[in-house]
Design a binder for this molecule. Structure first.
Ligand SMILES: Nc1ncnc2c1ncn2[C@@H]1O[C@H](COP(=O)(O)OP(=O)(O)OP(=O)(O)O)[C@@H](O)[C@H]1O
Ligand SMILES: [Mg+2]
Length: 254
C-alpha cells in the first residue's frame, strides 16, 4: 500500500516562560493509505501535539513530515491551508461548530471555503447525503444546541468528510461521549475507513483503539511501541481484540 503520511525525526519544542519543553523527540513513523491508526499514551505525553504537528495545524521544530509525497514543512501557508481544507479532515473532542449556523450549514462550511464553483444547492445535497449515511438527516435544520452529543459528533464527522479528504485526523473523537454514542461514532469512522479514507485518531479508550488496525503508544514524546491488529470488521471478535490490546498496554503500565 502507498504511504500517505511519512514522519521522520519529528521534534516539537514549546517555549513557555523562557523554559524549553521538548514535547516530541525524534518521532518517526509511516502510515499507509487505508490504515486506521490509534495513538495512545498517558496524559501530557504529546498525543495531541503529534496529531497537530503531522497534520500541518502546528509548525514543527525539526524533522520532516510528508503528506501524500509532499513535504508540508516546505509549503507556503496558503498552500498548506488548501491541503488541509481539501485533503485532510479534522474531528476534535470539543465539537467545534458555529453557534449561529444550523447543523447542515456547519457541515457544508468547508465546502464553501473550498470555493470550487459548486452551487449552494449542490453543497447542501452533498452535506445531506453524508448526514443520511451517518443517520442524522433528521437534525439537518436544527441548531447545534438542539442535538445530542453523539449526533453532534457525527455531524462533525460529516463536516470532516465534506471535501472528500484522503485522511482524517481525530483527537479523542469519542472523549466526550457516553458508550453508546461512542459506539455510533466508531462504527461511522470504521465505515468511512473501509471505504478508503485513512484515519489517525488519538484515544484513551481501549474499546476505541481495538477497532483500529494499528496502535502506537507514546510516552514522554517518544513512540515506545506499536501493536498491529487485523482490519476490524463487524465479524471481528471485539472482546478478544480488547483483551489482547489491554494485555499489551499493561507492559506500559496502562
Ligand atoms: N500550545 C502549547 N503551548 C505550550 N505547551 C504546550 C502546548 N500544547 C501542549 N503543550 C505541552 O505539551 C505537552 C504535551 O501536550 P499534549 O496536549 O500533546 O498531550 P496529550 O498527550 O494530548 O495529553 P492529553 O491526553 O491530556 O490530551 C504538555 O506538557 C503540554 O503542557
Ligand atoms: Mg490531547
Amino acid at each position: 500500500m502507498k504511504t500517505i503520511l511519512s514522519v521522520k525525526d519529528l521534534c516539537k519544542t514549546y517555549i513557555v516562560n523562557k523554559r524549553q519543553n521538548n514535547v516530541l523527540k525524534n518521532v518517526s513513523f509511516e502510515i499507509s493509505e487505508g490504515e486506521m491508526v490509534a495513538v495512545m499514551g498517558p496524559s501530557g505525553s504529546g498525543k495531541s501535539t503529534l496529531l497537530y504537528s503531522v497534520s500541518g495545524m502546528d509548525n514543527i521544530t525539526a524533522g520532516t513530515v510528508e503528506f501524500d509525497g509532499r513535504d508540508i514543512g516546505k509549503m507556503k501557508k496558503r498552500e498548506l491551508a488548501r491541503l488541509r481544507l481539501l485533503d485532510m479532515g479534522f474531528v476534535f473532542q470539543q465539537m467545534l461548530m458555529l453557534k449561529n449556523l444550523t447543523i447542515i450549514d456547519n457541515i457544508i462550511l468547508p465546502a464553501c471555503q473550498a470555493n470550487n464553483g459548486r452551487k449552494r444547492k449542490e453543497r447542501v445535497e452533498a452535506g445531506e447525503r453524508l448526514m443520511h449515511k451517518l443517520g442524522i438527516i433528521d437534525v439537518a435544520d436544527n441548531d447545534i444546541n438542539e442535538v445530542s452529543g453523539g449526533q453532534l459528533q457525527r455531524a462533525c464527522i460529516c463536516r470532516s468528510m465534506i471535501n472528500d479528504p484522503k485522511m482524517i485526523f481525530a483527537d479523542e473523537p469519542t472523549g466526550a461521549l457516553n458508550s453508546s454514542a461512542s459506539n455510533e461514532v466508531m462504527s461511522e469512522l470504521n465505515r468511512i475507513n473501509s471505504e478508503g479514507t485513512t484515519i489517525m485518531l488519538v484515544t484513551h479508550d481501549v474499546k476505541v483503539a481495538a477497532k483500529c488496525s494499528r496502535v502506537m503508544y507514546i510516552v514522554d514524546g517518544d513512540i515506545c511501541g506499536e501493536y498491529n491488529l487485523e482490519r476490524y470488521s463487524e465479524n471481528s471478535n471485539l472482546r478478544e481484540r480488547e483483551r489482547c490490546l489491554a494485555n499489551w498496554l499493561m507492559e506500559f503500565g496502562w
